[in-house]
Design a binder for this molecule. Structure first.
Ligand code: BJW
Length: 251
């Protein structure tokens, strides 16, 4: 099936479904200018995940890890949500049952207006005190002190994100599983579908009867299982689907 036909088919299916779950990854923010992790310009091409995105790396060298996060926060602060974020935020109001599950920590979905959102891997604009486990918002860019310290108790703060080898927040993961059990259609947008447990969510949804639609620049391990794989930019394909859904409603 050609891309145009798939776009029409997916718009038709979405137009008749009351319940939608969306899972996003770094590709959704790529058109805003946020680097992805894998792929030719991905962060893991320049940096080693073991040096920057594990608890061991942080305990070994908190200053290095925070310098990397400070650099990324500076980049993210300058960018804006793109049409993909905006369409997803709009759909939250359109579908009676809607959940957005994101692996992204950049906060761009919230900035676009999404509120029914589960941030599986945390948020780069939140920090956590290592002594009291208290989570606080911190939007200081650039950070004045690296590594930053808790203003209440003076302990080291860490980014409130999920690193390799760490468990995802149990309540958020449980809510994501529940969304997968209920969902009639799940769209998986801009993720390499390599990182667990996020990568298993679409398969769980499918086992519970959901239609799986993938949007990505290229095939992923999920493509084999997806009912529809739409290859192209999320910021171009989502507005096309959106336009068709609302055109059909007006007719
Ligand atoms: C576009 C586009 C455009 C571009 N339009 N598309 C089972 C098997 C093997 C390993 C494991 C397993 N279970 C667990 C593991 C270990 C590990 C894991 O999955 N490793 C794999 C890599 C093999 N998982 C974990 O460690 C997780 N924890 C865990 O499982 O704990 C268990 C536990 C239980 C109880 C106690 C203790 C432990 C944690 C994973 C945390 C991931 N963290 C990161 C960093 C977050 C913080 C930060 O940002 O700094 O999360 S790593 C990084 O990868 C980040 C992302 O959220 C995540 C996923 O990446 P994503 O979003 O898919 O991005 P990319 O770059 O990979 O892909 C972008 C895609 O977009 C590409 O496909 C492009 O083509 C596409 N694209 N432009 C559409 N315009």
């Amino acid at each position: 099936m050609m891309l145009d036909d798939k776009v029409k088919k997916v718009a038709e299916i979405l137009g008749n479904q009351p319940s939608l779950t969306i899972l996003t990854g770094a590709g959704v923010s790529a058109e805003s200018g946020v680097p992805t992790f894998r792929g030719p310009d991905g962060l893991w091409r320049q940096f080693r995940a073991e040096d920057l995105a594990t608890p061991e790396a942080f305990y070994r060298n908190p200053k290095l890890v925070w310098e990397w996060y400070d650099w990324r926060r500076q980049k993210i602060q300058k960018v804006k949500p793109n049409p993909a974020h905006l369409v997803i935020a709009r759909w939250e109001k359109y579908f009676p049952s809607f959940i957005l599950i994101t692996q992204n920590v950049d906060g761009l979905h919230r900035q676009a207006g999404s509120t029914k959102i589960l941030e599986l891997h945390g948020n780069i604009w939140w920090v956590r005190c290592l002594k009291e486990n208290k989570v606080m918002e911190n939007r200081q860019v650039p950070l004045i002190q690296i590594p930053p310290l808790c203003s209440d108790c003076g302990s080291l703060l860490r980014p409130h994100v999920v690193w390799f080898g760490e468990a995802l927040p149990a309540d958020i993961l449980e809510a994501a599983f529940n969304a997968c059990y209920r969902s009639e259609i799940m769209m998986v947008i801009g993720t390499s579908a390599l990182v667990q447990p996020a990568a298993s969510l679409p398969l769980i949804a499918q086992q519970h009867g959901a239609i799986i639609v993938e949007i990505n620049l290229e095939p992923t391990p999920l493509s084999h299982y997806a009912d529809y794989s739409l290859y192209g930019k999320a910021g171009e394909i989502l507005p096309l689907i959106d336009e068709l859904i609302f055109k059909e409603k007006m007719e």
